[in-house]
Design a protein around this ligand. Structure first.
Ligand SMILES: [Zn+2]
Length: 143
């Protein structure tokens, strides 16, 4: 389940019935993020630090495993609260200041921090970030 990002069309498939019951998971990619506001300046700065290999102390990485935990929580949300799940997936008119696109992502990201804590990984307060290759499926170190 969860959302799938269509690279070709640059959008999230939120309504595709084929996505129901499917978890999209890339075992080679974690997420680089920084709990700062989602704006052009912060995005460009994060990309630039990543490309230069020089991170700031506030730049954080979650492993592919943490990402899988996030997707499994979406599945749990769907199973436990089916009616509201679709309501929560209604896209916001505008992405919020932390990069969230809908209430389901806010809920799941909050719940996912329990997984991140269990994995000794950083807490995430934002939805935006950059997918990056990690050393392994359980690693939160850039490869
Ligand atoms: Zn999600």
């Amino acid at each position: 389940m969860g959302l799938s990002y269509n690279e070709k069309y640059k959008h999230w498939n939120t309504k595709d019935p084929i996505d129901i019951g499917k978890i999209t998971f890339n075992s080679k990619k974690g997420i680089l993020f920084n709990n700062s506001e989602d704006n052009d300046e912060n995005r460009k700065a994060l990309i630039s630090r990543y490309q230069g290999g020089k991170f700031s102390k506030d730049d954080k990485i979650n492993s592919p495993t943490a990402g899988l935990g996030h997707e499994i929580i979406h599945a749990g949300n769907f199973l436990l609260d089916n009616a509201n799940y679709f309501q929560r997936q209604e896209p916001f008119k505008n992405v919020d200041k932390n990069g969230f696109t809908n209430n389901e992502e806010i809920r799941t990201t909050i719940l996912s921090n329990q997984v991140n804590e269990a994995l000794n990984e950083p807490q995430r307060q934002v939805y935006w970030g950059i997918k990056i290759p990690t050393e392994s499926v359980t690693s939160n170190k850039v490869k």
